[in-house]
Design a protein around this ligand. Structure first.
Ligand SMILES: Cc1ncc(COP(=O)(O)O)c(C=O)c1O
Length: 385
């Protein structure tokens, strides 16, 4: 038996995704910019994938810009905005718990003289709307807030933020990193008043290395990559056709079944939480009790290092994470998210993130919980000796 509970790090590509990607390497290998029919047939397929992405975000196809992943989408959103608003101000508002593909951009901007306000979060991983309001001034050019936190799953109040920003006379650009919420929470950027929104294919059973930046029509943004003017000049470079078609296939599947998938993972997480709390002693669930994503469950195991438990579980083909795989770079450093939530050192060190998908089976849950229970008991015994 295998229990892959690291779906926030990445997901297994679906069969349809692999099929179309393979076909794009063997048959549809033309360049979508070529004028002959080999190019035109690929251009049509890319157009269809774009349509599927647009549908998933209740957007227009021309608002969908393909990138090399979530990281580039976030970089483009931030750097592209500040480039286009050079004369309007130098203040940016974000949170302390963003992904490194956002936080590390701000580090470089701070060195260039930009003022970056990092909103604090409470013990549940939630920002304060009052703190946001206090910081909104006329020279704020960008507000960039993640939708779902990748480590603890807390959902930020982006609808409320959208409403607040809409009322401002000088409205900053609103960017949302929706990489962890896409496919797990229905989201319409246009309705909320989001100008820029990042998503990534490999979190939704698509391939790695392809993402999208949704850019609301009329939003001021400049490119950060220059070349042959693909993607309406916002993101030059010959398109990653296998990736884009794979992304399209992943999304067209969930466009039809999203409600079903959400219901399934919600129920899966609740059952998992109930069972693990009942069977494993001295554990604490981290994150928000109600405002949490349906697929992420972060738990601190007292007296055990999360990393040790992670490797212990590997022998049973149970795969989990200590934090964010994309941010940790396999080095063990303390989570900036759990630190910001003011967890104790023991709770931070003992944290494990379980992240589920609708592809996980109930028997995997039962298998994993039994092994986790035994492993935790064994490890605690070893430590006691
Ligand atoms: C919240 C969040 N933002 C950005 C990224 C980066 O996306 P990608 O791996 O597609 O570059 C991740 C990946 O884990 C993420 O969880």
């Amino acid at each position: 038996m295998e229990a892959y509970f690291d779906n926030s790090a990445t997901t297994k590509p679906k069969g349809e995704v692999v099929d179309i990607m393979l076909k794009s390497l063997t048959d549809y290998y033309g360049n979508p910019s070529s004028l002959h029919k080999k190019g035109v047939e690929v251009e049509k397929l890319v157009k269809e994938a774009r349509k599927q992405l647009a549908k998933s975000l209740y957007a227009k196809p021309e608002e969908i810009i393909f990138t090399s992943g979530g990281t580039e989408a976030n970089n483009l959103a931030i750097l592209g905005t500040i480039k286009s608003k050079k004369r309007e101000g130098r203040k940016i508002i974000t949170t302390k718990i963003e992904h490194p593909s956002v936080l590390n951009v701000y580090k470089t901007l701070e060195n260039e003289g930009y003022e970056v306000v990092y909103l604090r979060i409470d013990e549940y991983g939630m920002i304060s709307i009052d703190e946001l309001k206090e910081n909104l001034t006329d020279d704020t050019i960008l507000v960039s807030i993640m939708h779902v936190n990748n480590e603890v799953g807390t959902i930020q109040p982006i609808e409320e933020i959208g409403k607040i920003l809409k009322k401002l006379k000088k409205r900053p650009t609103f960017h949302v990193d929706a990489i962890q919420s896409f496919g797990k929470i229905k989201i319409s950027p246009q309705k909320i008043g989001i100008d820029l929104l990042s998503v990534s294919a490999h979190k939704v059973h698509g391939p790695k290395g392809v993402g999208v930046l949704y850019i609301k029509k009329g939003t001021k943004i400049q490119p950060i990559v220059f070349g042959g003017s693909q993607e309406t000049g916002i993101r030059s470079g010959t398109e990653n056709v296998p990736g884009i078609l794979g992304f399209g296939a992943a999304v067209s599947d969930f466009n039809n079944k999203i409600e079903e998938h959400i219901e399934y993972i919600k129920n899966f997480r609740e059952k998992f939480k109930e069972k693990i709390l009942a069977q494993v002693k001295d554990i604490k669930v981290n994150g928000h009790e109600t405002c949490h994503a349906p697929h992420i469950l972060n738990i601190s195991f007292s007296g055990i290092r999360g990393e040790v438990l992670l490797h212990y579980l590997e022998q049973y083909n149970i795969y989990v994470s200590t934090g964010s795989a994309c941010s940790s770079n396999k080095k063990s450093s303390q989570s900036h998210v759990l630190k910001s939530m003011k967890l104790t050192n023991e709770q931070i060190e003992g944290a494990i993130r379980f992240s589920f998908s609708y592809t996980n089976k109930m028997e995997e849950m039962d298998y994993a919980i039994e092994k986790i229970k035994n492993s935790v008991e064994e490890l605690r015994m070893i430590i006691k000796r």
